[in-house]
Design a protein around this ligand. Structure first.
Ligand code: ADP
Ligand code: MG
Length: 272
């Protein structure tokens, strides 16, 4: 089962696109599950107040649950709030609760407001390594905006993974996202790279989808994965069972595509 190479140090990927509904959460959860299944230790940080990643991973995230909110405002350590997902041995989730909706505003008046997640994550990762339980991958699921929560994710990560939906407006708004990433790189996190672009909800029967893929590949030949995620009903059903599609229906086209995308990411390794 563990045929994928493990990274020597933790790879921290922020899954981001300021558009909603493009497959950020779906991609986060299913890539994390696929890598955990192959034997990697994987932590998902749910940074969207909606808490969809927490739901999909089957972890508790009622309002009173200790969550990433408590970490960001400095009242808890990541280790205090992280939960084990019921699905795979080494899959963990830092849940989001509705309190996170207020964090965007509360953060404005806090010191080092852009670095709060980074500081918490760095010490958590160092601690886990010392315990002999090194984390291999961290995926941060971002809200559909470029506010302070997303900035915290960009500062905490080395890599950005951008899911792009195979539809007409796919590239629209992307330049805004890339500009923001460039600003973060210049001022807050010089190591940040867009390492991975993943095309989602692909419907090969339409010319449009094929054109969009061709266009994205032309602009981002090095970043775009060769795996395409098809539009697949099993993918959309899985979250309501608190499962990734990989457990929900392992042999579905959706599951196979996320397993393949995860393998590509593992084999390509971290950017230099
Ligand atoms: P985001 O996090 O970017 O807002 P989601 O991952 O929540 O996007 O996806 C939006 C909706 O589309 C969800 O209902 C999800 O189940 C569905 N969805 C995502 N990817 C696929 C896919 N490949 N096939 C079918 N439905 C999908
Ligand atoms: Mg989402």
């Amino acid at each position: 089962q563990s045929d994928l190479p493990l990274p020597a140090s933790p790879r921290v990927l922020t899954v981001s696109n300021q558009k909603g509904g493009v497959g950020k959460t779906t991609t986060t959860v299913n890539l994390a599950a696929a890598l955990a299944r192959s034997g990697a230790r994987v932590v998902v940080i749910d940074l969207d107040p909606q808490g969809n990643a927490s739901t999909a991973l089957g972890v508790e995230h009622r309002a009173e649950t200790p969550s990433v909110y408590d970490v960001i405002v400095g009242e808890a350590l990541l280790d205090d709030v992280v939960q084990k997902s019921p699905e795979f041995e080494h899959l963990y989730c830092v849940p989001a609760t509705i309190h996170l909706a207020g964090a965007e505003i509360e953060l404005v008046s806090l010191v080092a407001r852009e670095q709060r997640l980074r500081t918490a994550l760095d010490s958590y990762l160092a601690e886990q390594a010392e315990l002999g339980e090194p984390v291999h991958y961290v995926f941060i699921d971002c809200p559909p905006s470029l506010g302070l929560l997303t900035i915290n994710a960009f500062v905490a990560a080395r890599e950005v993974l951008i899911p792009i939906q195979c539809e007409y407006y796919a590239l629209e708004g992307l330049s805004q996202l890339l500009n923001s990433i460039k600003l973060i790189e210049r001022h807050l996190n010089p190591d940040l790279r867009v390492s991975t672009i993943l095309m989602t909800m692909y419907d090969g029967r339409t010319n449009l989808a094929q054109q969009v893929v061709a266009e994205v590949r032309e602009h981002f030949p090095a970043e775009t994965l060769s795996t395409l995620i098809p539009r697949n009903v099993r993918i959309s059903e899985a979250p309501s069972f608190g499962q990734s599609v990989i457990s929900y229906d392992q042999s579905s086209a959706g599951s196979l595509s996320y397993l393949e995308a995860a393998a590509e990411i593992a084999k390509r390794g971290a950017p230099d």
